[in-house]
Design a binder for this molecule. Sequence first.
Ligand code: F3S
Length: 394
Amino acid sequence: MFLSGEEEKMLAGEDGHATRKAMQILVALGEIYGAEKLVKVSSVQVSGVSYKNLGDAGLEFLDELAADGRARVRTTLNPAGMSLTDWKSQGIPPSFAEKQLRVIDAYRRLGVEISCTCTPYLAGNEPEFGQHIAWGESSAVAYSNSVIGARTNREGGPSALAASLTGRTPLYGLHLEENRAPTLTVDVGTALGTPEDFTAMGYAVGKTATDGIPLFRGIRRAGLEDLKTLSAALASAGGVAMFHIDGLTPESKTKPVSLELVEFTSKDLEEARASLDDDGTPDFVSVGCPHCSLTELATLARLLRGVEVKKEFWICSSREVKRQSDEAGYSRWIEESGAKFALDTCMVVAPVEELGHRVVATNSAKACHYLRNAGLRVRFMSLEDCVAEATRER
Ligand code: F3S
């Protein structure tokens, strides 16, 4: 792989140990995938933040890099395993909190913004069409490639961090125009009225598309919340990192239509919704996977105004969107109901199973997928029904 003089110096260790290690990761990756060279990135989103996933080995790796490594481009952080300020009221064990705070401290020393959100594009880190970026959160990868038209592969934690420390990523995969065409056309023959419809469809199509690029036809409109949860569902069911919606997403008209065709009918939607729903009475309710937008917080405020929450109810969002919600007056109605903002974290990356919960109600297919993997049962329902469930007597 071709390296510029500056990149050769980084690889030789002239910019320190962490930069050399980062460059070694990128060169190894580039050679595996046949990249001709590195490309400069305008921003990085680092996943691999929760101590639940990193463990002690991950913490040691970060500590080692933080000794002399510094982010060269804007770098934001995925959710951690707990709220950084309210972890005690979340019931997080002190032994977990101590390790999680050390992880955060290492990222801070690396010059990473402690944003702790999976929707960086709602919290100030919004790339532009055509920009090369290196993002590691799978739902944000699918959203940025598809809805914004920025270019990123699905980075792992180490490769995203390596991109941050060097400002570069190998030029392969979705960074190249020729790899952004649809591999599968999905004719949607049913109306999609809610984000829950989009997330259920995404989960079903993601299984068929695996790591391909679906092109959806027949969708007349899709709002930000629909696209956010569709991105997450496609990415969690398969390895989808990009999709197109005919007439709606920026690159849908510039690409040839794939010959492989599947239909998605009202029966498929019904089955997809049913496949996400177990049985049992929820003892925990959580929404905001991916993290809630301001519009979702406005809806929650309207639904929760004047009512009392009876079950543990987490509303996952970013500090930035929560700040906007405070200004708009939504947060007060939410908090007065007894619902809790789960900032910096979410129901999946927090050790929810260790908090004694068994059945979780949520409106996200991605959350259903990972909570089941953690051994919990899930009830899949709309945002409105999640609120009704949270206000029901235990
Ligand atoms: Fe975000 Fe957690 Fe869902 S990181 S996409 S809220 S699993």
